[in-house]
Design a binder for this molecule. Structure first.
Ligand code: GSH
Length: 301
């Protein structure tokens, strides 16, 4: 199947449903988390349909039934009366219109865009912090994929409509922590991800000066966007490194962590595959020489 580019609200139905909102999501997916947090913050009820992706042990996203919902095979997909909205930054903007209780301004739009994950993570890292953070998820991916049968990868490789992803994931499984060796493509991409994320964080740290939230006193979609990025870095054992010396970001992340949505939509969704992967990662950072060197490399950049 050819990969297609889909974004925003589509003028056709992909599901016959009497529900106003349906969200196809995954417990681990960064973008799914963003939309779940948004639903919670806006107090919008949706029917949630969990779709396993390879990291969480299966490839439900490659089944015919799901490809009808999204031919690109990615989550999240939000349906409004059965019409799909693709791309999480479009989904949160669409949801916001139905309960406009959050702060809205050009500043919010700017930081939502800057925190989004758009296209493939190795591209446009200077524009999108989400693309950079995606690169730092790879060690956790590899740790999670260790426990998944190779047969599932064969299916994944054959059926995934985005060839670049199919190839990368197969490599993550076959080479395991070997993908972090000095000189590998991932090692090179990491260099630019570190450089760009440091710029995004410096700018956000400066912007937050004396502000409670990104738009001042009121919480906004921008805070939701950055909440999931910080949480992902925390899972990847990198918050201490990236927040170190950035006082405003440290206190901002502490404020984000005590929101109810952080607990109910992120922490309480930590399913077995995530827990096992995280434990495995913590041990491997210490015991696996290649991974240990990779983390040290990130920290000296
Ligand atoms: N830019 C998209 C990213 C969607 C995406 O890459 N989703 C990942 C999870 S975060 C996925 O579905 N991966 C499954 C796969 O590619 O097999 C968005 O913001 O919604």
């Amino acid at each position: 199947m050819k990969s297609v580019s889909l974004s925003g609200f589509q003028n056709y139905k992909v599901l016959d449903t009497d529900k106003e909102w349906v969200l196809y999501h995954n417990c681990f997916s960064l973008c799914s988390r963003k939309v779940r947090v948004c639903l919670k913050e806006l107090d919008i009820a949706a029917e949630l349909k969990h779709i396993d992706i390879i990291e969480t042990n299966d490839c439900e996203n490659l089944e015919k039934k799901f490809l009808k919902i999204n031919p690109k095979a990615t989550v999240p997909v939000l349906l409004h009366h059965g019409n799909p909205i693709y791309e999480s930054h479009e989904q949160i903007a669409f949801l916001e219109k139905y309960n406009p209780i959050l702060s809205k301004s050009e500043i919010v739009d700017y930081w939502v865009k800057r925190g989004s994950l758009v296209g493939e993570p190795n591209e446009n890292q200077d524009q999108f912090a989400g693309n950079c953070v995606s690169i730092f998820t790879v060690p956790l991916f590899v740790s999670m994929l260790k426990n998944i049968s190779i047969y599932k990868f064969i299916k994944y490789f054959i059926k995934h409509p985005v060839r670049f992803r199919a190839f990368n994931f197969l490599m993550f499984k076959l080479l395991s922590y070997g993908v972090f060796k000095k000189g590998t493509p991932l090692f090179k991409i990491t260099k630019s991800a570190v450089k760009n994320l440091n710029i995004h964080f410096d700018d956000l740290n400066d912007h937050l000066n004396e502000k409670k939230w990104i738009d001042g006193d009121k919480f906004s979609l921008a805070d939701i966007t950055w909440m999931v990025l910080f949480h992902r870095l925390e899972e990847s054992q990198l918050t201490n490194y990236f927040l170190n010396g950035r006082k405003n970001l440290i206190s901002y992340f502490n404020r984000l962590k005590v929101r109810e949505s952080y607990k109910s939509e992120l922490l309480d969704y930590e399913e077995k595959a995530i827990k096992v992967g995280k434990d495995e990662l913590i041990i491997a950072i210490e015991s696996n020489q290649t991974l240990n060197k990779y983390y040290s490399f990130i920290k000296i950049l």
